[in-house]
Design a protein around this ligand. Structure first.
Ligand code: ATP
Length: 279
């Protein structure tokens, strides 16, 4: 697939969120997209996924694509298995093959016992497993992952890491955004950074200096007293800001999303080392 001079703005007079983006996504490659908050990463992923169209430029050679969005539409009136089986059918699998693939992926994510559970009754962690499984069930030629690891437990994150590498080894392309700069580090064919609406080579950028992650979250219940990574806490209006070492950020997000009642994640920002505030 190839993007040529691609631009995207929301509204005819809106500012260009992306401009003159040129990108080739060859088969068998793993591509990381990075960039600051609101820089346009999700916009680029939606264009790559084909669920949004560019305002300028062209996208050619689209392969069979699956997309795991930042937020999963869990309100569909389907069970986990019913949903995954349908997605498998959409990707061209026969009824039995789709059923088998759906069950396999639920098992791999240790969620087989929720096969018959309606999507809207799933916990946040299990819903995220289903969200990720729907991207994998049809073995797509292009897989687009927007923060897909967030909300998964440690074992499931490793399952997803492996699944991504399997897709790439099988000739598929995977493009992802993740707040953890170590995610599949060393495995990426290329790292690109969205900066000022342009796509630039990101491999030597702030990524390597990132040591901490700042999470802003809001919730109706109390914040758990013990949180992974013992984050620095800062109260905001109606929210809390937590800063932890990058190594602890996944565990922190998982703890916030799975506490009862769950906390809602407002934003996740990588904090480059030179800007690190005093704790
Ligand atoms: N549907 C939309 N309508 C209007 N503006 C939008 C829309 N989607 C995104 N934007 C704007 O486009 C810009 C880029 O947003 P985008 O979500 O792509 O950034 P991002 O890098 O993924 O951000 P984050 O890291 O916070 O997820 C932001 O200013 C955002 O407000």
């Amino acid at each position: 697939m190839e993007l040529r001079d691609v631009g995207r703005r929301y509204g005819v007079r809106g500012r260009w969120v992306l401009k003159d983006v040129a990108l080739r996504v060859p088969r068998g490659t793993l591509l990381r997209i990075e960039g600051g908050n609101g820089s346009g990463k999700s916009t680029l992923l939606r264009l790559l996924a084909g669920i949004d169209a560019p305002s300028a430029g062209r996208i050619t050679g689209r392969p069979r694509t699956a997309y795991v969005p930042e937020r999963f539409p869990a309100a569909l009136p389907l069970t986990a298995l019913g949903y995954l089986t349908r997605l498998g059918r959409v990707h061209g699998l026969g009824r039995r093959a789709a059923d088998r693939a759906a069950r396999d992926w639920l098992e791999r994510f240790d969620a087989g016992r929720y096969a018959r559970t309606p999507l809207r009754e799933l916990s946040k962690g299990t819903a995220q497993k289903v969200a990720v499984a729907q991207g994998l069930v049809g073995a797509p030629e292009l897989l687009v992952l927007d923060e897909a690891w967030t909300g998964l437990d440690g074992a499931s994150r490793r399952v997803l890491d492996r699944a991504v590498l399997e897709r790439v080894a099988g000739g598929g392309a995977v493009v992802f955004v993740d707040h953890d700069p170590r995610r599949l580090a060393g495995e990426c064919g290329a790292v690109h950074r969205v900066e000022g609406g342009r796509l630039v080579d990101g491999s030597a950028g702030p990524r390597v200096r990132t040591e901490r992650v700042r999470v802003e979250a809001e919730g109706t219940g109390p914040l758990p007293e013990r949180l992974p990574g013992d984050p620095a806490r800062e109260r905001l209006t109606g929210a809390v800001r937590l800063t932890v070492a990058t190594a602890d950020s996944d565990a922190l997000l998982h703890a916030l999303l799975t506490t009862a009642p769950p906390w809602h994640i407002r934003s996740v920002t990588a904090v480059p080392a030179p800007e690190e505030p005093h704790r």
